[in-house]
Design a binder for this molecule. Sequence first.
Ligand code: OGA
Ligand code: NI
Length: 361
Amino acid sequence: MNHLLCWPEPVVRVQSLSDNGIRTVPDRYIKPVNDRPALLKPGSKIDEHVDIPVVDLRNLFGKDRALHDETLRCISSACRDWGFFQAVNHGVSHELMKHTRDAWREFFGLPLEVKQQYANSPSTYEGYGSRLGVEKGAKLDWSDYFFLNYLPVTLRNQSKWPAQPTPCRELVAEYGAEVTKLCERLLRAMSISLGLREDHLQNALGGDNVGACLRVNFYPKCPQPELTLGLSSHSDPGCITVLLPDHDVAGLQVCNNGKWITVKPVPNAFIINVGDQIQVLSNAIYKSVEHRVIVNSEKDRVSLAFFYNPKGDIPIQPAEELVHEDRPALYNPMTFDEYRLYIRMNGPCGKKQIESLKSNV
Ligand code: OGA
Ligand code: NI
């Protein structure tokens, strides 16, 4: 039997462990010592001075040339130096963001039997899941999720989206449309700031045939958060990720100069990050950056990660304009379908995969 068709072990919902009041973290969620988070001691504060940049998108493609250029410069330096930024005035309705997140919180609050109707398998990952990767005996993350395809429309299967709570399907459709528009604008901005034609990146990803999917992450409360991670260190395989974090629980950490920085979410902002495919297309001028999620013993956390991806079957390679004699193409071409298979088999693994694409120059 194809090993991608089923999980190697019985699936355990992390939320049910947490809801049953488990007092210790089972061994399969305990990370090796070096991967465990250094949690804050009670009473100490996170370093308020170090955080990912905040970029105001109000003037992106507005009439004022100078403000427009300044916005591009901010995006560009955030993509070079951090691979991450928080976007405010991004054009997506704050109300829609809140309603969509609330609907998903409600979904995860439904009885287990209801959620189980959407149980996923590693063949497509669509639906309600509790692990990434199919390696038997692998250490697991302290989270459950719901994964769905949004684009291309031919892969959109609304009957696999939650029927409850009632507005969920409609909200996801509307939310996806708004966030897709934001991704298109960001791609234009990134193209220009890389010195490429405005439509370069969009075209390189397949024009109107790009892919997009949504993963809603649910991080249950954890009795021993110092031993585990909600999501292990990884870079996102696609192009751009638009993350709607929980409105009042932090958890995302971004690696910067070897240190883990805990992102403090700005109200109504999106957290935007560069994925591996932008690193390839930009010939590593923009970098995808490792990030992970920590959990806590006080509160559950919900986040919505919208992944904007290339069309699955076209080779992705560095833009010709960014390849020179003194900066040869750093990566060999690969399709996204091939690329994504790796993470689907092996689970989150830092930046191991993009490293493996390196050409021998
Ligand atoms: C992801 C991710 C971060 C978060 O889903 O790829 O990095 O805060 N999520 O949930
Ligand atoms: Ni991620």
